[in-house]
Design a protein around this ligand. Structure first.
Ligand code: PMP
Length: 415
């Protein structure tokens, strides 16, 4: 049974009933407390069911066949793309490229746009709070093309240093690439404002939306980014599929990323003509069932409402901060709740984060410990690692209470 805070915005029991795994009992005979949604979210029944139904009733390769199954599979796959275009308010489904995940989407831009458009000495502006997925592809490109990388610093509060950002823009970066929401600090960056300033400075903008697309209403027309990347598995969808949104004109001007079937219109022994968008960037047989699963995830999220999901998470994160800060020796990183999403990273004095996570696991609580693929950000805060609890639409305040009880137990063991 859910209580006051949890039911303020969402009918939490009804939502939880949709997620079979949330009813799986641990060795302790109680349902698992899943506080690791920033790593991957759980999946509602309708996503699981639609993927089974696809394999039971429609399975065929797409775009090539002229038989009935192939036509139906193609239609379901392209319908999923249309749903995603609508979900993010893209101008057209040609702007929605299916990739494997956020990481591949960013690599696609670095490889295709970056190699074709950047020259030695060009500057790329990133931030200190990036996930490795939005650092390493640019480091690889910088090494190949002799580019300059600069980084907007993170303040002690866990926000981007705005003065430094404006200062770097005066040096005319070719691209500004930043995360919409930090997977460690939870910071929600003011994306539209940053895009507008970067555009005024003549830069293109890529946004890593891995943590924002699942939790906030992201509207491509309002945000105005040139590229926006996200992963299905963090937004109630399956693994193995992600999205690169790109402005149509820009995508049309870019060379293909991977070569092979589906991304071509014609092939001769020594040459090829690429296919039109979005297929130009989708070489080989795609993750068909997964795309359809993502379509169902988007339907599910829209039926609940992204604004409500965000409001719910704000209540949960405020409550979590309040409760965690009661515990002597806990230090939480990141801004106040108004500026952050449902992610809380913290340290507990005298206990290694891996021990915290392991002990919490023994009482049926799943959290994450480590650098969360953001080593430079941890270096910035002089931390080898943190423990991270992350929330979603199915998180209840009682689960936060259990986390707090668990942390008191950990303290007892290590005292
Ligand atoms: N960026 C951010 C902010 C993330 O949190 C993650 C996932 N932890 C990624 C990128 C990478 O996502 P994926 O592993 O699905 O490519």
């Amino acid at each position: 049974m859910a209580s006051a805070i949890s039911n303020t915005v969402l009918d939490i029991d009804r939502i939880r009933a949709e997620f079979p795994i949330l009813h799986r009992e641990t060795q302790l005979g109680a349902p698992i407390i899943y506080l690791d949604s920033a790593a991957t979210s759980q999946k509602p029944r309708q996503v699981i069911d639609i993927m089974s139904r696809y394999y039971e009733q429609q399975n065929a390769n797409i775009h090539r066949g002229i038989h009935r199954l192939a036509e139906e599979a193609t239609q379901s796959f392209e319908e999923a793309r249309n749903k995603i275009a609508h979900f993010i308010n893209a101008n057209s489904s040609k702007e929605v490229i299916f990739t494997r995940n956020t990481t591949e989407a960013i690599n696609l831009v670095a490889y295709s746009w970056g190699r074709a458009n950047l020259q030695a000495g060009d500057m790329l502006l990133l931030t200190e709070m990036e996930h490795h997925s939005n650092l390493v592809p640019w480091q690889m490109l910088a090494a190949e093309k002799d580019l300059h990388l600069e980084f907007i610093p993170v303040t002690d509060e866990g926000l981007l240093d705005w003065t430094a950002f404006e200062h770097f823009l005066l040096r005319e970066p070719r691209l500004v690439a930043f995360t919409h929401m930090s997977n460690v600090l939870g910071t929600i960056n003011p994306a539209a404002e940053m895009v507008s300033l970067a555009h005024q400075a003549g830069a293109l903008v890529l946004i890593d939306g891995a943590q924002s697309a699942p939790h906030l209403k992201v509207d491509m027309q309002t945000i105005g980014a040139d590229f926006y990347a996200f992963s299905a598995h963090k937004m109630c969808g399956p693994t193995g599929i992600g999205v690169l949104y790109g402005r149509e004109k820009l995508l049309a001007s870019m060379p293909p990323f991977l070569g092979g079937g589906d991304m071509i219109r014609r092939v001769h022994l020594r040459s090829f003509t690429p296919n039109e968008l979005p297929h130009k960037f989708e070489a080989g047989t795609p993750a068909i069932a997964e795309a359809i699963g993502l379509g169902a995830a988007v339907d599910f999220l829209e039926s609940v409402g992204l604004e409500k999901i965000h409001q719910h998470e704000q209540l949960i994160v405020s409550y979590a901060l309040e409760r965690l800060e009661e515990i002597p020796g806990v230090v939480v990183y990141g801004p106040r709740p108004e500026k952050k999403g449902g992610v809380v990273s913290f340290k507990l004095d005298g206990v290694h984060p891996h021990d915290v996570a392991q002990l919490l696991d023994t009482v049926g609580i799943a959290v994450r410990a480590g650098h969360h693929c953001a080593m430079p950000l941890h270096e910035r805060f002089h931390l080898p690692a943190t423990t991270r609890a992350s929330f979603y639409l199915y998180t209840m305040e009682q689960e936060i209470d259990r986390l707090v009880e668990g942390l008191y137990k950990v303290k007892e063991i290590f005292s």
